[in-house]
Write a protein that binds this ligand. Structure first.
Ligand SMILES: C[S@@+](CC[C@H](N)C(=O)[O-])C[C@H]1O[C@@H](n2cnc3c(N)ncnc32)[C@H](O)[C@@H]1O
Length: 333
């Protein structure tokens, strides 16, 4: 999305004194470009990877503990119940690469089941999460070397030299793949195939299509933690991009789009208002929305077809008795 930045915005970014002094680091420049472009387009939208600053990552961890948020609970239960079988089917390898690793709590279960991994490469945009997770994991898995990569997993083209070993395993949990459109998910899976290489095995957690009465509360909980997570994006804009957004002037909303098979999260302007970000003004009508996240849901076969179209061979899928969540094992010849 950020690639389509209008020329005027790029020029404004380069000219704006708040950007050149202090000089923008690349991560802040990436955020600035995404926000200015996302607020300039109609309908307005922001890429969901910017949820995960330190506060956003902490709020996500709180979400994973909520009664309504079944994905973490069920995926963890699947890893606990089928860990030995998953490890056997994944086969021997000494490197595990994880995409969007976050707190790496589920990874610990997988590492224990796999037994032989000596190098773990977690890839995440959230630097603070990576550092905390590396410390937490190294206390539990002695002898495990950890080489974190702070990077956008959709743009990662190379792995650390130490990971260039004959056979690699991959892990992509939390149904983070659902945040990508189907076209982007296919491109991600094809790139993961190139990164992991021949004979790789890839374990992917995928949330399943189900009754919206279960889905919607998972993204709109009673305690308002998901609302705080969504609204933190505006707070982050205020903190990092000289924003003056009245956060109380926006409300969290989560809807299920049946045709697209996805939950959408939005921030809705509660009044007509003008907000400023890095000296630029954006006018919002009452009721106008900022689309902040998609979470696509799949049927098992639908995901297997998508994986096949990206060059993977579906090997096995595990699911819970209520068919809430699935763990897919994909292989490469
Ligand atoms: C939904 S959380 C899942 C975290 C963890 N895998 C789990 O299952 O609990 C998504 C994670 O992916 C990271 N993330 C989101 N988009 C990313 C991107 N484009 N590149 C790298 N990391 C990303 C976030 O920082 C966050 O840690």
């Amino acid at each position: 999305m950020e690639r389509d930045i209008p020329h005027q915005i790029v020029e404004d970014l380069e000219r704006s004194s708040s950007l050149t002094s202090p000089r923008l680091d690349p991560a802040r420049a990436d955020f600035a470009q995404a926000v200015l472009a996302g607020f300039a387009r109609k309908p307005r939208s922001l890429p969901c990877r910017f949820f995960y600053d330190a506060r956003g990552s902490a709020l996500f961890e709180e979400i994973t503990q909520l009664e309504e948020y079944y994905p973490t609970r069920v995926e963890t239960a699947l890893l606990e119940a089928y860990g030995a079988e998953i490890a056997e089917r994944m086969g021997d390898a000494s490197v595990l690469v994880e995409f969007g690793s976050g707190s790496s709590r589920k990874t610990s279960l997988l590492l224990s089941a796999l037994g032989r991994v000596t190098l773990y490469v977690p890839i995440d945009v959230a630097g603070e999460s990576l550092a905390e997770a590396a410390e937490w994991l190294s206390e539990r898995h002695t002898g495990l070397a950890i080489r974190p990569l702070i990077a956008d997993f959709t743009k990662t083209r190379t792995l650390p030299v130490a990971a260039r070993r004959p056979r690699k395993l991959g892990f992509f949990s939390g149904s983070t793949i659902g945040n990508l459109t189907q076209a982007d998910a296919r491109a991600f899976l094809a790139n993961a195939a190139r990164l992991l290489g021949r004979h790789a095995a890839f374990l992917v957690g995928v949330d399943l299509k189900k009754d919206p009465a279960i889905l919607i509360p998972a993204y709109n909980d009673r305690r308002g933690v998901t609302a705080a997570f969504n609204l933190n994006l505006l707070e982050r804009i205020n903190r990092e991009l000289d924003g003056d957004i009245d956060v109380a002037g926006f409300a969290h909303d989560a809807i299920y789009d049946e045709a697209q098979g996805r939950i959408e999260m939005h921030l809705v302007s509660l009044a007509r208002q003008t907000v400023r970000v890095m000296g630029r003004e954006f006018r919002f009508a009452k009721g106008e929305r900022i689309h902040t996240e998609n979470s696509h849901k799949y049927a098992i076969e639908e995901f297997q077809t998508l994986a096949r179209s990206a060059g993977w061979t579906p090997v096995h899928a595990w699911t819970d008795p209520h068919r809430l969540f699935s763990l897919h094992l994909l292989g490469l010849a």
